[in-house]
Design a protein around this ligand. Structure first.
Ligand code: GCO
Ligand code: MG
Length: 402
């Protein structure tokens, strides 16, 4: 079976998504997610200008070889744009192979080794009481794990709080929206949030928390230590991970489990973190870490170091990435958890999926391939809208990580 074309579909059913549609001479096509939030069109151009011409005429079943070709032929390897394009093609080729052989992709990855993938979703509120109300609502819906965020006194906007995360942040802004960040105020409130949560719900539900790359190693060690008694499932992105060795400091100071990696593009980004067992969960996602092939390489490396996966599952990746994560999730032994943020209804109409959520666990379903259908006519009705993620400034006006 030969690849005849790679088409790129850009659509905005509530938020922007970029999809690669790989076509073959046997009439089977495959779908891959190429969405890079805030820089979407760079990947669309990379795919149509640089990847599509190279792939026409190639064997659609040669997934590993095509993956290597995309990585090595770029010479300037890795990076989010190149990797998102590579990831989309990789997912689409797994989708094609599953459809051609009449099996769900998880069968190609080794078959089931668990009955479902535990999901976590996001509860938040500016006030701790509001966050706890949301938390209780998700527990009633069956969630076994919930990420919990609350407002920071004195700050009008805080990452992860009271935003409808299904819609595009910053949509309609000509420039990135600017927030203010205050580490000291945050460190004052975060332990209170988890103390209140454990008082309210006990220890029957896993709690997670995302610091979103904001702290120094010493601050992160302090926070992790303060949170130990509340037994978090994980503390995410406590410090920026460009300096992987910085996690040695965090690790020395706390036994709170650590998760990193939604921005990783390759094993090289987390090799030291995993090899020195500085983290407990790697957050790499199929769309940004080389597709299913890239994700599997990271997971296989992590397994003997007892590092598990917890793939990024924010709403800014399309349902194709979620489906890929679930095929990976039921067939890969060291999968720990899967993030689940709901997509807007319009996105679920454009991308019709077969995955299900039952009593806290996600399942990819039994449809051949990835189990996603793209309604291209409907997609064409939702035009791309340029938007930016926010940025943050400290009180002295200098930029910091958002
Ligand atoms: C998460 C992430 C997201 C990111 C977003 C950026 O843990 O889900 O931190 O909320 O901010 O994916 O595009
Ligand atoms: Mg995160």
């Amino acid at each position: 079976m030969k690849i005849t074309d790679v088409r790129v579909v850009v659509t905005n059913p509530g938020r922007n998504f970029v999809t690669a549609v790989v076509e073959t001479d046997e009439g089977i096509s495959g779908l891959g997610d190429a969405t890079l939030n805030g820089r979407e069109l760079s990947v669309a151009a990379y795919l149509s200008e640089h990847i599509a011409p190279m792939l026409r005429g190639r064997d659609a079943f040669a997934i590993e070889d095509t993956w290597q070709l995309m990585a090595r032929s770029s010479y300037w390897r890795r990076g989010p744009v190149q990797t998102a394009a590579q990831s989309a093609i990789d997912m689409a080729l797994w989708d094609i192979k599953g459809k051609a052989l009449g099996v769900p992709v998880y069968q190609l990855l080794g078959g089931r080794c668990r009955t479902g993938v535990m999901a976590y979703t996001h509860a938040s509120g500016f006030e701790i009481s509001e966050a706890l109300d949301e938390l209780n609502g998700f527990i009633e819906q069956g969630y076994k794990a919930v990420r919990l965020q609350c407002g920071v006194p004195g700050l009008p906007d805080v990452y992860g709080v009271d935003r409808d995360t299904s819609v595009q942040p910053g949509a309609g802004f000509e420039r990135p929206y600017e927030e203010t960040w205050d580490t000291s105020a945050y460190l004052g409130i975060a332990p209170k949030l988890f103390e209140a949560a454990r008082d309210a719900i006990g220890f029957g539900t896993h709690l997670l928390h995302d610091v979103h790359h904001r702290l120094t190693p010493a601050e992160a060690g302090w926070l992790g230590k303060r949170l130990e008694d509340f037994r978090l499932f994980w503390l995410e992105d406590a410090v920026p991970s460009e300096n992987q060795a910085a996690y040695r400091i965090v690790r020395q100071h706390t036994t709170t489990p650590l998760a990193v990696g939604e921005v990783f593009n390759s094993l090289a980004d987390c090799e030291l973190l995993i090899r020195e067992q500085l983290i407990d969960y790697v957050r790499a996602a199929a769309v940004h870490a080389g597709g299913l092939t890239g994700l599997r390489k990271i997971a296989a490396f992590a397994e003997p170091y007892l590092v598990r996966t917890g793939c990024h599952g924010a709403a800014d990746m399309s349902p194709i990435t979620m489906s890929a994560a679930l095929h990976f999730g039921v067939s890969t032994h060291n999968v720990g958890i899967q993030e689940r943020a709901l997509h807007p209804d319009a996105a679920n109409e454009v991308f019709r999926s077969t995955y299900t959520f039952t009593d806290g666990y996600l399942d990819p379903g039994e449809a051949p391939g990835l189990g996603i259908e793209l309604d291209e006519d409907l997609a064409a009705r939702y035009e791309f809208e340029r938007s930016y993620l926010p940025v943050a400034r400290l009180r002295d006006g200098s930029l910091t990580n958002w």
